[in-house]
Design a protein around this ligand. Structure first.
Ligand SMILES: [Zn+2]
Ligand SMILES: [Zn+2]
Length: 82
């Protein structure tokens, strides 16, 4: 099951489970679309994998399967982007 991390790892913007503009890699490094497209060139700066749209988790599932509350933030992602 996806962790559904609560923020963009690059700019720390909130990405709630209903966000339409959250992207993830296969390890679930999580970024907003703006960072993915402008800063990162569509690739995860941590693993080099492709970033794809994260599915939305609908409200009826959030109670039993809450999203992660652990924020991951790497402000140097801009420097590590290929
Ligand atoms: Zn971002
Ligand atoms: Zn990654």
């Amino acid at each position: 099951m996806l962790e559904m991390r609560p923020n963009c790892e690059c700019c720390d913007r909130d990405l709630p489970p209903g966000a339409q503009d959250a992207l993830i890699c296969s390890f679930e490094c999580t970024f907003c679309r703006a960072c993915a497209e402008t800063v990162l060139g569509g690739r995860c700066p941590n693993c080099g994998g492709a970033l794809v749209a994260r599915p939305v988790r609908t409200a009826q599932h959030l109670e039993r399967h809450p999203p992660s509350a652990r924020r991951v933030f790497n402000p140097d992602c801009r420097n590590r982007a290929a």
